[in-house]
Structures are given as C-alpha cells and as structure tokens.
Design a protein around this ligand. Structure first.
Ligand SMILES: C[C@](O)(CO)[C@H](O)COP(=O)(O)OP(=O)(O)OC[C@H]1O[C@@H](n2ccc(N)nc2=O)[C@H](O)[C@@H]1O
Ligand SMILES: Nc1ncnc2c1ncn2[C@@H]1O[C@H](COP(=O)(O)OP(=O)(O)OP(=O)(O)O)[C@@H](O)[C@H]1O
Length: 289
C-alpha cells in the first residue's frame, strides 16, 4: 500500500527573539502561517531499511534527510523491523526559510502513524516532531499559530484567510544556524508588536498587519545578501501591502489583496528570480490523500 500526503510550507508574519537557552537554541515569539505551497510525500512499506527518492538534486537521499530521521525515530521507538520507501516530490524551495524539510518530516510521522496503526494522537506526533526540528510541530499542526519557546509552544490563532502571498526565493543558500548565531539580541532596534499584530489578525485588518510585520532575523541575512532588500523593494513597487523575509531566509514574501497586482508582480519578479510562486494562505496542515 502506498500512502500519499501533502505537506505545506509556512511563512512567519513576525519573529522576535527574546533570549538564548543553555543549549544555544533561541527563545522566540513568532506568528506562523501555513501557505498552499506543498510537497507530495508518498510512503510505502518495504522489507527493510529506509530509502529516500527525490528528483530534486538539492534533496539529500541519505540519513541527512530529515524525512529519513523521522522514519528512523518511529522505527526505533516502536521497534519496527519493516522498512520504508519515502518518495518526495519537491515544490517547496529547499533551504528557503519555508520549512520544507520540516514539513516532509511531519508528513512521514503522520503517514507512518497511519500506515503502521500506531494510534498516536496529533499532540504526541507533534512532540516527537520537536526532536527533529523546531519548525516540525507547527508543520504538523498547520493553519496559523503563535509560537513561543523555541517555536514548539503553539497557540492556534486567527490567521490570514485566503490571502494572496507571493513567494520569491533568490538563488542563494542561507544556514538557519548561521543566522541565529550572528544575531546580537542586545542590538535589536526594531521588534514586532505581537499583540498588535494578533489584534490585526482578529479584526482581519491585513493593511495594518502588512505594514507592521517585523522579523528580527532579517537584518542578519540582509546584511550579507542584498537580494533580500531588492525583492522587498520590488514587492512594494508592485503594490504588495507589505513584504518581509520568511524565517531565516532567504525567501521574501509579499501580501496582496488584489489578484491582478499579485500576478503582475509575479510575472516581473520571476524574470529575475525564477523561484517565484503565487499562492494563498491555507487553514490546514498535513493531509493524507
Ligand atoms: C527560523 C525558523 O524557521 C522560524 O520559523 C525557525 O526558528 C527555525 O526552525 P528549524 O529550521 O526547524 O530549526 P532547527 O532545525 O531545530 O535548528 C536549526 C538551527 O537553528 C538554530 N535555532 C533554531 C530554532 C531556535 N528557536 N533557535 C535557534 O537558535 C539552532 O542553531 C539550530 O541548530
Ligand atoms: N526533506 C528535505 N527537504 C529539503 N531539504 C532537506 C530535507 N532533508 C534535509 N534537508 C537539508 O536541510 C537543509 C534545509 O532545508 P529546508 O528546505 O528544510 O530549509 P528551510 O526551509 O530553511 O527550513 P526552516 O524554515 O525550517 O529552517 C537543506 O540544505 C537540505 O540539504
């Protein structure tokens, strides 16, 4: 039996960093939003081992793949001696700040729970996901959330409802660890007002939301990669209500209230940056087909 799952990318509408834990992970306050840009992950039982298949050359096919780690975690925890073949059809840009790998890992946990009838509840799966990465629990939950702790303490919130999001990823590689390690918390001059932004979401005021988004990681990535400023400037020129870097970057997103403006922006940005996608925000998370 082959089980097929869709797993979606996220953007961050706000990121604040409040401190650092002893293990060097940072304490954050973030607004997370799922978007309808998804990878298709199919899983199939085999006799032994963990096999990863993907046609995208940027996706590792060995134990470095976070989907491999997810399968190993389940196999070890439940002493399962059967193997698994995981096929990843990538649509989410890799190393983008969109949590594509985390979404794949989430899909494997959700899929194996079903395939092997493990009877884990959603929160148990999310807890297991945290062992793989800070973004994994949110990818499993989906929709929109306020994320605290290192990103795992999630409170469901009213998110953006069917709003156009233009995603634009410059062709550069940014390491999440490098960005966090180069952030000087004592020197942050602009921080998000999370309460205000949550209030905007409650009132469906996407104009004030778009104008007041802040990601404190942006200045770190931006200082090394001028493309980020360039894309943000162009998004606004093309009439985005607001534009910001997602996660640790380098993807920049723009929020649009008008389809024609969003389409025009896409057509122009993709001449310079080929990984440009026009999508909408999404209410769900991982879905079994
Ligand atoms: C930037 C975001 O994508 C925003 O949603 C997340 O905070 C990062 O989540 P992620 O990529 O799932 O993070 P992980 O794979 O767990 O960690 C990658 C690296 O990022 C740093 N890291 C991550 C999350 C966090 N709260 N503090 C950190 O300092 C750590 O150096 C870690 O070694
Ligand atoms: N299943 C996977 N899909 C994509 N990349 C993967 C996967 N497994 C491991 N990787 C490795 O992880 C790195 C980060 O990829 P990913 O697409 O998850 O980044 P991201 O969007 O920045 O994630 P996040 O926002 O959670 O930090 C890549 O450089 C890639 O080599």
């Amino acid at each position: 039996m082959v089980l097929k799952l869709k797993c979606r990318a996220k953007i961050n509408l706000a990121i604040d960093v409040l401190g650092k834990r002893e293990d060097n992970y940072h304490l954050v306050e973030m607004i997370m939003q799922t978007i309808d840009l998804y990878d298709c992950v199919s899983i199939e039982e085999i006799n032994s081992g963990i096999v990863i298949e993907s046609e995208n050359p940027d996706v590792p096919l060995d134990s470095k793949n976070i989907a491999y780690k997810a399968a190993k975690l389940i196999k070890d925890k439940f002493n399962i001696d059967k193997g698994i073949k995981i096929k990843i059809e990538k649509n989410i840009p890799v190393a983008a700040g969109l949590a594509g790998g985390s979404a794949n890992a989430g899909a494997v946990l959700v899929g194996l729970n079903e395939l092997w009838d493990l009877k884990l509840g959603k929160y148990e799966i999310m807890d297991m996901g945290l062992n793989l990465g800070a973004d994994v629990p949110f990818c499993i939950m989906g929709g929109a959330a306020l994320a605290c702790g290192i990103g795992e303490k999630l409170t469901r919130i009213n998110g953006l409802d069917n709003v156009y999001i233009l995603i634009c990823k410059p062709d550069i590689f940014v390491s999440t660890a490098w960005v966090y390690n180069n952030l000087d918390i004592s020197k942050l001059n602009k921080r998000p007002n999370i309460k205000f932004l949550l209030n905007c979401l409650d009132k469906k005021d996407i104009y004030n939301l778009s104008n007041n988004m802040v990601n404190v990681l942006e200045s770190v990535t931006e200082s090394n990669y001028p493309q980020i400023k360039d894309i943000k400037k162009k998004m606004i020129e093309y009439k985005a209500l607001g534009s910001m870097m997602s996660g640790s970057g380098p993807t920049v997103f723009g929020i649009f209230d008008d389809f024609d403006c969003a389409k025009h922006a896409k057509e122009n940005l993709e001449k310079l940056y080929k990984q440009t996608y026009l999508v909408k925000t999404y209410k769900g998370g991982i879905e079994v087909e």
